[in-house]
Each structure stands twice: as C-alpha cells, then as structure tokens.
Design a binder for this molecule. Structure first.
Ligand SMILES: Cc1cc2nc3c(=O)[nH]c(=O)nc-3n(C[C@H](O)[C@H](O)[C@H](O)COP(=O)(O)OP(=O)(O)OC[C@H]3O[C@@H](n4cnc5c(N)ncnc54)[C@H](O)[C@@H]3O)c2cc1C
Length: 1059
C-alpha cells in the first residue's frame, strides 16, 4: 500500500516519503530489510477470519460463559454439534436466518447445560465492535504482504447478520479476494470453497499459504497442495509466516530494540497494571521493546491490544534525590500540552515502585520521524529549511508559555539561572576530572566573569536538539518534543545555543553528528547566526549580541558531561584506544567552548569605551633606570666618534649621542616616556596577559598608545628611504631608528605602544612600498593610526616553510575573484580582535618558475571561510592578545584588486618585507639584552652566597664580561646593517642583514640565559621579564627564517665574493 501511495503522490510528497523510508526503514538492524526470498514462490496468503484475524468464537465463548455462569464448554459443544447438519454449519452456509439459528442454538445449549442459556447475548458479544477487532499484528502483516506485491484473501466460514449483511469486521481494501461460506453456500473443509478462492486469486495451490486455527480446515487445504499454517496465537503465527515468506511482517518500531537483559522489567505486573488502567477490554499479550535513546531514564515501547504506549522510568539503583525525576517530566509535559506545546500525551504517573521496581510514567506513542542526522540527507533544500524553521518556532512556543498560567511557576528557581548552571557544571566537572584540561581551566575562570546581565526566565527544555523532535511524516510539523529530563525554568537562550551545537561539530563527531563540514547554504540549512536571528524574529527580540557566550557555555556543559561519562567508563576494561579517543573528544569540545569565549571577549572589547588606565605606583620588575647614567645617556662602551656624529647618513652613528639634534631629542623623549609610563605599567600589562581577559587588548596599553601618539612617538619605524616626504612615518633613517628601537626593545610591551610592533611594521612597509592607493586607503591608514592590526600568513604546517617557495596554499581565480584554500600556522597577531588584515602568501601558478609561483593577497579577516584552529604557544606563553595562530582558509573569496603587485610576485615581496623587519627584531634584541645584563648586574651585587657577594664569584664576572662583549659586537653589526640599508639599499645590505639575523637572536638568548642563571630560580619566574625575553629570543631563531638559512646565505655570498 505504501508503494502504491508513493507512486500516486506528488514529487514533494515523494521526497518526504523517501526521507521517511530512509530514516525509519533503512535502519541496519531491522529484519524488515530482508527482501522477498528468491526461493519463495508464494503469490498469495489466504486467511481464515475467526481465530486468525479476529478472536475466535470459541475464545469469546469461554470468557462469556464465565461472566454469564454458563457451564464451561457449552457453546463450543453446541457449535460443533450435528456436524454438517448442525445449526452452526447451516447458519454458516447461509441456509438459515439469524433468528432460526439463534432459536435452534438456544435450544441446543439449554439441553446440553440443563439451564437456560442467553445465546443472544453471546451472539451480540461475538459480533460487537470491541470484541470483533482485528489483531493489530495481523493487520500489520497484511500491509507488509501487500507492500511486497503478494495478494491476500479471506476464506471464512461466515454468517449473515440481522441487517442482511455478512459479518466482516475487516477492512475489505486489505484483501484482493473475500470468500464467505454464507454467500457461496459451501463451508470449509469442503474443497470446492478453497478452489473457488484460488481461482479468484488466479494462483496455483502451491503458490499460496493458508492460515486457519482449525485442523480439519487446514488438512483439506493441504490435501489440495496449499501450504498451511496453523494459528494458535496470532503473534507466533506471524513469526512463522515471516519465515515462510522470507520478509518481515511486523512494523519494527523505529529506534527500538529488544529489551536489554539488565533493563528488563516485570512484564506480568506491568500487564496487570496496564489492563486496570486501560480497561477490562484490553486483551492480548504485552509486547515490550526498549528505545535506543533515553539512556538516562530507560524508555520502553509497549504494545497491548490496540494501544501503543511509551513507558519512561527511573533507572534502577540508588539515585541522587534530584536526578532522573520522571515525576517532573510527567508534570511539565502535562502542563505544556495544555499550553499548546506539542508533547506526547501523558496518561499516568505511577510512583509505586512495587509495580516495576521504580516509579514510571506512561504516554501515548507518537509515530513520526526523528531526524538523527542534522544534515537531513535525502531532502530538498527547501524542506531542510522548513524543518529547521519548524524546530525554531516550536522552541519559541516553549519559551512563550505563560509559566504562571500553566502552574509551573515553582518548577525551578527563578533568576540567576546561568550563574547556577555554571557553578553546577564546574562542580560536576571537578568531580569527574581525570587530568588537567587547559581550556576547561580557562573557561572555569572565564565563564563566571561573563554571566549575561539580562536573563529572561521561561520554561527551558535543557536538551533541545533536532533528534529530540518527532516530525510529521508528510509535512514540516513538529508532532512532539521529547526528553524533558533536563527541563527547568531558566534562560531560554541556553536552549537556542544548545540547538546549534551540531553546527560546530564535524559530521563524524562520535557523540552528536555535526554539520561543521557541510555547505549549509547548499543544503538549505540556516547557519547558527541565521538560526539565532530567526529565533529573535519569532520572539520579537532585538538581536542577541552575546550568543558566543551561550555557545561557550553550551560546549563547556557538553565537555563537563563527557568528562563524567569518561570517568565512569574508566572501569579498567576500556581499551587505551577508547580512552584516548574519549579524551580527544573532550579536548575538542572544550577547545570549541574556549574559541567562543575568545570571540565573546573580542566582542566585549570592541564595544568597550576607552577607559582610564589603572596606575601602579610600584612594580616588581627590576628598574631599567640603572641602564642609564645621570645624563640619561646610555653608558655602553662603544663611544661615538663625535666628529662624524651629526651625519645620520653617510657616517655610521654608533651611539645616541651622535644622532642629529631633533632625533636625539626624540630619543630622549622616548627614553623619558619609557621611564615614566612604560616600565611602571609593565606589571599591570603582564597581569592582564595572564588574566582571563588576555585575549582582549589591555585598555591600559590602549591608553598609553594615545599618550605616545600625542607626544609624536608614533610610527617611528618607517624608513625615510621609502617615505621621503614623511607622509606616513616619522622620517627616520634605519640607523636612527635602530637607536630608538633598541630602547623599545627593553620592554616587551613598548613596541606596540609606539605603533612599532611586528607584524604590523612589516605589513605597513609592504603597503607603503607596493600597495595601490585604494589598498593604502583601506588597509594602511587604519594601521598607521593604530586602530587595526594585521598579520602575515606564510608558514604552513605541512611544508618546510623556511623555504618560501615551498608554500602550497592555493590562490585560484574563479568568476572574477581569487579563491584561497590553505592551512597556515604560527601566524602572529592572528587572534587579536583588532586584526583586520591578513597578508596572505599562496601559490597562484604551480607551473611557473619556482620563484614566480607565489603571490601575496590582502585578505580581510572577516572573510567567510577563515577558521581559526587554535592559538599556539612558545614555551607555554601565548603572547595574547595577538598570539600565534593556526588557521584554515577554506574557499575564502577575495576581490582581484586585493592582489599586491601582481600574480607571481609573492616571493619578491616576502623578501622585501622581511628585510627591515629582520633588522627591527635585531635592534630590539640588543635592547632586551642590555636590560637582561642590567638586571643581572643589580642582582649579583645585592646577593651573598658562600660568604661573599655573587658579583665576586669569578664565573659571574666572566659571564658579565662575556655578555658585554657580545652585546657590543652585535650592536655594531646591527648598526652597520642599518647603515648599509640607508646608504646602499636593502639589496646591498643583504649580507649584513643575514649576518645580524644569524647573530642577534642567539647572542640575546645567551646573554639572557646568563642573567637567568645569575638570578637563580627567580629568573625563570614571571616576576622578572627574563623568562619572557628568553622565549622571545629563542623564537626569533625561527621567526624570520631559521639561523641555518641565514648561515647558508652568508656562506653563499661569502663564496661568491671570494676569489
Ligand atoms: C614565535 C613565532 C612567530 C612566527 N610568526 C610567523 C608569522 O607571523 N607568519 C608566518 O608566516 N610565520 C611565522 N612564524 C613561522 C616561521 O617563519 C617559521 O617557523 C620559519 O620560517 C621556519 O619554518 P618551519 O617552522 O616550517 O621550519 P622548517 O622549514 O621545517 O625548518 C626546520 C629546521 O630545518 C632546518 N633548516 C631549514 N632550512 C635549512 C637550511 N637551508 N640549511 C640547514 N638547515 C635548514 C633548520 O634547523 C630549521 O629550523 C613564526 C614562528 C615563531 C616561532
């Protein structure tokens, strides 16, 4: 029948049906998947009626005799009395009327029982609607037989009713042929009636199966060659018929399976309970299956007579008083049904544990579709859209329920829901923690600090997901919302976020199938943002700004739940592979939660008004005062050659005293600013970097930037050579800047305060040098103003990126745009919420000569398809808020005008870009080494060990001397490289740039390391900047290309120039 309807229906309906079959029928475990056995040649199944399709007169009589105090067996004896010529058989052949039959039958029964027998009442019962009801199992079987293309027939010894019609309480449409003895004038077991039936069916005896409860009737059929099946009880008969036919005849209730041994419930007492509840007419055996879902509160499917029910109970064993509260589920579903929320109709709550061992409740079974796969395979995009819309609007319905009107005002505490939830899940997580999970630790700190200020209170489902909804099989209507176990009163947005979890999980996520790797637009599924917007629209709310908080909380909750499950699973039997897998899933989920927390942090920051800085009157870091002498001049050894000092260009200025007057003034201003504002702020800035707010820029630093700008200490890095009109920068030469930059290098926070920090400096220089006017207007100006930040994306995890020609990320031209795909990492500044520009290096033409394959594109950071994977750490330091990020570029589309210089020019640009940038790092490293040495000197003078100050220990003296020498050497080389860049250009300075890059980071690393050693353990702590300096210097042995690459370059150039 289904098949026929399928072909009659419209295309739209067909698609629905296809999905229906896919979801409901195409399940792996079902016997229903077996197809018609090839060896079975049956073409028809013939059913007797009484005793096969409906209760037999004999069985009806037994109960009736008890109720009417008629000696047991009277009716049966009277029915068979007289054989062919008895009143019953004559009545069956249609030879006598009902009245005649009843008269004769009454007489016969009374004679046999020696008492008056009210046969009319028996006849009424036999033919009444409640009793003469087809067995559901048979009705289902007939549907399945016909669906497989076989014919069905009724072959019944039947009779006429007083109204002149034959007694046929069946759906005639379910049978191709109906043969009734009262019409044909012939009764079973007369062979003629069988032949008649076969003839009308048009099948051979061997092509048919005949089911009857009476042996003589079966024998007659068998003697004709018909396959027979004796029916003692319909359930067993259907199972036997399934075996004969080779396909399933019973509708397997979707998502159920046989009850697990450990989950069995006492069937007898349940059956008795149900019969009492449903009424005495409820006959037939009780069938019980267990639903796949409902792990927490075991859930069963029950079939009893014509009733299909669902039973949900508490799990066995000792439970926490508030857990598994089936009473609450019963209560809320009852209340919500009255408010028009689609929920299964609840029937009864049984709190008496003696029935099945625990309290339980019953509800009506609601047939329909449960979509387990959120990508809704097999549906049209419009249908998917409709399903998600229906899901959204049913959620709105739940959240719009007037809790007072439906008596739910005390269903949960009102207000402060999120705080309570956060604390609950933190506690749960702590109770099941098995190892330290950094993301969870961060969230445990972060979540309580970011609780939304405004929270509404409504009914909250608590686990609102697509697979907790039952849909109508043919339209987008939610028939019922299931699983109210976690329901309460609370903030409705938690439900909205929870229903978007799948959006951020991959499709192979082991616990909940996800959508993150699906093209939602193509599928017609709303994105999470659209889903949130849709919700606001339905509810008449303004847009939800802090939904990242809700997502962070939801994933945190999932991670905490999974941690609990994981801990419970550590029974010793779980394989290490399983444990590892579970650990990964928890890590993944908690990282996702943290990603959302970071995004929320960015949002908050962007909305933040500029605030006044919090000043500290002291700091724990060693004062850099001791670096400078009373005149404010650096007291290092390379004293300047004053005769050449005023010439910034043409002569190498090796000390600040040699700088020209205005630059020297600038130097002094900068030094003062460092002393007055930067060093005192370090402690506070460092505290911010270690706080939960570290992924948002420090307001104090922002404030200092304003101050620096006001004092003209801004954009000092741009070399005069590329900005001769001082249009963009301060117009310093590389050498001049080297002296100022060294000062900035003394504090890790200084470069950004003066808008002179990497990677922005390199990117700004690139834009000044190569950018078009449009590119400059859009990207350079905001960077120069310090309003935005940028990153440079070259390095890739899968290739050795020290060789830029290896870069594999692709840049393809498509429909007038560039489409980029690639995987990058170690991208400094990527995570900064102000980062709006990514200078991207990728391959445009893999077939071009090796150095012309790469191109540089300007990619807006808000382009769809940019997926930040994680922040990386340098010896555990995150360098927040910019960080060093791993990132995926997934079909990121960029206008063609964002190409810098032109396709194939990437290698050339990268080389140009890294030139000055390298030298800046080196300049700063000198400053940082100076500070390390100054700290070291102060320390060793003030500490005594083994009877004398540390400074008097020979090894420390040697270390101090060694450090001074190395700093001086490196500084001279930095200055020489800068000088050459000024006077001869970057290209001519290539050897010196490579040499200083080779020298400076390792020199600084060694000097800092000696200082750390002199400090003792304190040197490794964050009380001093040494550990941070050390990590920075070590990283710089890679960050602009590894030392080895520079060594190789130096060697090559050396060999080239030597005879
Ligand atoms: C803190 C930090 C920040 C960074 N920021 C950025 C950024 O903003 N943008 C960006 O694109 N990248 C960035 N990087 C990445 C950096 O540029 C790369 O790490 C560097 O180019 C090396 O590439 P790789 O890591 O792939 O190492 P590989 O290329 O795999 O090299 C590994 C090792 O091989 C050896 N080696 C390589 N070449 C030679 C050779 N010719 N001779 C001898 N030995 C050799 C070296 O020992 C080298 O360290 C950053 C890195 C760090 C640590």
């Amino acid at each position: 029948m289904y098949t026929r309807r399928l072909f009659q229906s419209s295309h739209h309906q067909w698609a629905w049906r296809a999905a229906f079959w896919k979801h409901i029928w195409c399940r792996p475990q079902g016997a229903h998947r077996r197809t018609h056995s090839r060896s079975s040649n049956y073409r028809a199944v013939i059913f007797d009626m009484g005793g096969v399709l409906i209760p037999s007169p004999g069985r009806v009589a037994t109960e009736w005799e008890v109720q009417n105090h008629v000696p047991s067996g009277t009716i049966l004896k009277a029915l068979i009395a007289g054989g062919e010529n008895g009143p019953w058989m004559k009545f069956m052949r249609g030879a006598i009327t009902v009245e005649d039959f009843l008269q004769e039958f009454r007489r016969l029964c009374s004679e046999m029982s020696k008492t008056s027998v009210p046969v009319d009442s028996f006849f009424s019962l036999l033919t009444c609607e409640q009793v003469a009801k087809p067995f559901p199992v048979m009705t289902e079987a007939i549907t399945q037989i016909r669906a497989k293309g076989l014919q069905t027939a009724v072959l019944s010894n039947n009779f006429y009713l007083p109204n002149g019609k034959s007694f046929l309480p069946l759906d005639r449409k379910q049978f191709d042929v109906v043969v009734e003895s009262c019409i044909e004038g012939v009764c079973k077991p007369d062979p003629r009636i069988y032949k008649l039936c076969l003839e009308r069916l048009g099948v051979q005896p061997s092509e048919s199966i005949f089911l009857d409860d009476l042996t003589p009737n079966l024998k007659a059929a068998a003697s004709l060659g018909i396959h027979i099946l004796k029916v003692n009880d319909p359930e067993t008969a259907v199972k036997e018929l399934e075996t004969l036919l080779g396909f399933a005849l019973r509708i397997v209730v979707p998502n159920t399976r046989p009850v697990r041994k450990t989950m069995e419930i006492p069937k007898d007492s349940l059956e008795k309970y149900l019969k009492d509840m449903l009424g005495s007419q409820t006959t037939g055996p009780l069938e019980l299956f267990q639903f796949d879902h409902g792990q927490s509160n075991p859930t069963y499917y029950i079939r009893l007579a014509n009733h299909q029910l669902v039973l949900r109970k508490k799990p066995p064993g000792k439970l926490l008083p508030s857990a598994h509260a089936v009473e609450r589920e019963f209560r809320i579903m009852k209340a919500l049904a009255n408010a028009g929320v689609p929920v299964p109709k609840v029937l009864d709550l049984c709190e008496d544990s003696s029935i099945i061992g625990t309290p339980f409740y019953l509800m009506e079974y609601c047939p329909g579709l449960i979509y387990k796969d959120p990508s809704l395979p097999g549906l049209e995009p419009s249908q998917r859209q409709a399903i998600y819309t229906a899901m959204n609007s049913v959620l709105c319905k739940i959240h719009s329920v007037d809790i007072k009107a439906v008596g739910l005002e005390n269903y949960g505490k009102q207000g402060d829901y999120i705080s309570r939830q956060v604390q609950t899940w933190i506690k749960q997580y702590r109770a099941s923690e098995t190892s330290t999970n950094p993301a969870m630790e961060r969230l445990i700190e972060w979540l309580p600090l970011h609780i939304p200020e405004e929270q509404k209170t409504t009914v909250v489902h608590g686990d609102f997901r697509l697979d907790n909804l039952i849909f109508h099989p043919e339209k987008t209507e939610v028939l019922a919302v299931l699983d109210w176990e976690l329901s309460t009163l609370g903030d409705p947005l938690v439900d909205v976020a929870f229903s978007c979890l799948a959006h951020y999980l991959p499709s192979d996520f082991p616990i909940l199938r996800g959508l993150s790797d699906c093209d939602l637009t193509q599928l017609g599924i709303p994105t999470a943002e659209e889903y949130f917007r849709m919700y606001c629209l339905h509810m008449g709310l303004p847009p939800i700004e802090n939904w990242n908080f809700y997502m962070a909380f939801s994933f945190f909750r999932v991670a905490a739940i999974l941690q609990g499950v994981y801990k419970r699973s550590l029974t010793g039997q779980a394989s290490s592979a399983t444990a590892k897998q579970s650990g990964k899933v928890i890590e993944f989920t908690s990282n996702l939660a943290w990603d959302f927390a970071v995004k929320e942090g960015f949002r908050i920051f962007k909305k933040m008004p500029a605030t006044k800085l919090l000043k500290r009157s002291y700091h724990t870091w060693a004062s850099p005062q001791c670096l400078l002498n009373a005149t404010g001049m650096r007291s290092y050894i390379s004293f300047p050659d004053t005769s050449r000092a005023n010439a910034s260009k043409g002569a190498l200025v090796i000390s600040p005293e040699g700088l020209s007057q205005p630059v020297r003034e600038q130097y002094c201003r900068l030094k003062r600013f460092m002393e007055q504002h930067v060093y005192p702020a370090e402690w506070e800035l460092q505290r911010h970097q270690a706080s939960v707010k570290r992924w948002t820029p420090s307001p104090l630093l922002e404030d200092l930037k304003e101050k620096a700008k006001a004092e003209g200490l801004w954009n000092l890095f741009l070399p005069l050579e590329i900005d001769p009109e001082k249009k963009y920068g301060a117009g310093l030469t590389n050498v001049e800047y080297a002296h100022l930059c060294e000062l900035m290098g003394m504090s890790p926070y200084a470069p950004e305060i003066f808008n002179c920090s990497a990677p922005d400096t390199g990117n700004m220089e690139l834009l000044v040098r190569y950018g078009t006017e449009e590119q400059k207007a859009r990207w350079l100006m905001p960077l120069l103003e310090g309003k935005t930040r940028s990153c440079f994306a070259m390095t890739e995890p899968q290739v050795a990126s020290s060789d830029a020609t290896n870069i594999e990320s692709s840049i393809r031209e498509e429909n007038g745009l560039y489409v980029i795909n690639g995987h990058k990492w170690w991208i400094s500044g990527l995570l900064d919420p102000r980062c709006q520009l990514c200078v991207f290096m990728g391959r445009t033409d893999p077939h071009a000569p090796r150095h012309q394959q790469q191109s540089v594109l300007l990619v807006p950071m808000d382009s769809p398809g940019i997926k930040i994977v994680r922040p990386l750490t340098v010896y555990g330091l995150e360098d927040a808020p910019g960080g060093h990020g791993e990132v995926l570029f997934d079909h990121v589309r960029v206008p063609k005008e964002n190409m810098v210089l032109g396709p194939g020019r990437g290698f050339e640009i990268a080389q140009g870009r890294l030139g000055p940038g390298r030298i800046h790092h080196c300049m700063r490293l000198i400053g940082c080494s100076e500070r390390a040495l100054a700290l070291m000197k102060a320390r060793v003078k003030s500490r005594v060990a083994f009877g004398k100050p540390l400074v008097e220990q020979g090894t420390l003296l040697a270390d101090i001397a060694q450090s001074r020498v190395e700093i001086e050497q490196a500084r001279l080389l930095v200055l020489k490289a800068a000088h050459l860049m000024d006077v001869a250009g970057n290209k001519a300075a290539a050897l010196d740039i490579a040499m200083i890059k080779m020298v400076a980071p390792s020199m600084a690393y060694r000097v800092i390391d000696r200082a750390i050693q002199a400090f003792g353990a304190a040197g490794l702590s964050s009380d001093y900047p040494l550990a941070q300096f050390s990590a920075g210097a070590r990283a710089l042995r890679f960050a602009d290309g590894p030392d080895e690459v520079h060594r190789a370059a130096v060697a090559k150039m050396e060999l080239k120039h030597c005879p």
